[in-house]
Design a binder for this molecule. Structure first.
Ligand SMILES: [Zn+2]
Length: 333
């Protein structure tokens, strides 16, 4: 494994945690230097340049560098020994305890591409769930429910702490930064390598829970998926939110369609040409597996700033009047 790959698998923030130098998951910023046991002041900076993490102590250490130089400096090793140690640390990466929702899943069939999940894929802490609820302006319970159903995980992607939507099938996963910022390439979302984007995320819940839902709310994108959970949690107990991760994805995977067989599906598209095109394509396929299909258009939705909303995501920060309108979203059988 080359050094770039090592760094990708065990980036600096995670390394600091694993070496016991930090007892929390740091992001870019200034911290007390763990190398010279700084008491007051914050001389230790952590920054992300492109894909590369860098550390620097402007205080007593007057040193800095990458993951390897951190191992050198903190363990008193030569560079060569530090690289060996880096390899060892990667194999020692604690197997983060995953919930049943992941452990109970059968291994994917060998003919299937498997998604490259971050090595630290895990359940979110209470604090992380709260951060996400605040970021997306949704009820805490909505994100907690997503986690419970195996639709939401957390982990480090492109060096950043991310929330990740996926489901028990593990066929498709999309990551977004928990701090709400863009990735270094300017993108808001990052589809994990190996994902099959024809999979409707959220379709396969763990422990056979999929069968507990008779109705399905089909939305577009991970942001709308969170919003769908927010409203479904408030207004329905039999409605399962699922998402295609883009209106351009016209084909729904046959195995995903099979999971939806015979259900009553309400599509909530974005009110734009791509969204309108997607509704027609998705409707035909859903009807072919015995679904009844309705569309719900987001008309007359006003955002909190008075402008016109066009997707589900725009509804969560609106006032009580919008909340009453959203109740209508669930008035179908
Ligand atoms: Zn220092």
């Amino acid at each position: 494994m080359d050094i770039q790959e090592l760094k990708r698998r065990l980036p600096l923030p995670q390394l600091l945690l694993q070496l016991g130098l930090f007892d929390f998951f740091p992001q870019e910023g200034l911290y007390k230097c763990p190398l010279h046991k700084e008491q007051c002041g914050e001389s230790f900076s952590l920054s992300l340049k492109g894909d590369a993490w860098l550390w620097n102590c402007f205080g007593a250490c007057r040193a800095g560098g990458d993951e390897i130089s951190l191992i050198e400096k903190s363990q008193g090793l030569t560079r060569r020994a530090a690289i060996l140690r880096f390899h060892e640390l990667l194999s020692e990466t604690p197997k983060v305890r995953l919930s049943e929702s992941l452990e109970l899943q059968p291994k994917p069939a060998p003919d299937r591409r498997s998604v490259l999940f971050p090595s630290d894929l895990r359940e979110g802490t209470r604090l992380e769930l709260e951060c996400l609820a605040r970021l997306r302006r949704v009820d805490f319970w909505a994100v907690a429910a997503m986690q419970q159903l195996g639709v939401l995980k957390f982990g480090t992607v492109r060096g950043c702490l991310c929330w990740i939507v996926m489901d028990a099938s593990r066929r498709c996963a999309e990551a977004r930064r928990l701090d709400g910022l863009e990735f270094s390439n300017g993108a808001k979302v990052h589809t994990l390598l190996g994902s099959d984007k024809s999979w409707a995320v959220g379709v396969q819940l763990f422990a056979g829970l999929t069968r507990a839902f008779t109705r399905v709310l089909l939305v577009e994108g991970s942001g709308d998926l969170v919003a769908a959970f927010h409203w479904a949690h408030r207004f329905s107990n039999d409605c399962q939110p699922v998402a295609m991760l883009g209106a351009g994805l016209k084909r729904i995977h046959p195995d995903a369609l099979e999971q939806l067989r015979g259900k009553s599906v309400r599509i909530v598209p974005h009110d734009d040409p791509a969204g309108r095109g997607a509704v027609e394509a998705w409707r035909t396929q859903l009807q072919s597996v015995g679904c009844t299909v309705y569309a719900f258009w987001m008309t007359n939705i006003q955002k909190a700033d008075g402008s016109r909303g066009k997707d589900l995501n725009d509804t969560t920060d609106c006032g009580p009047e919008t909340a009453r309108k959203m109740e209508a979203l669930f008035l179908w059988r």
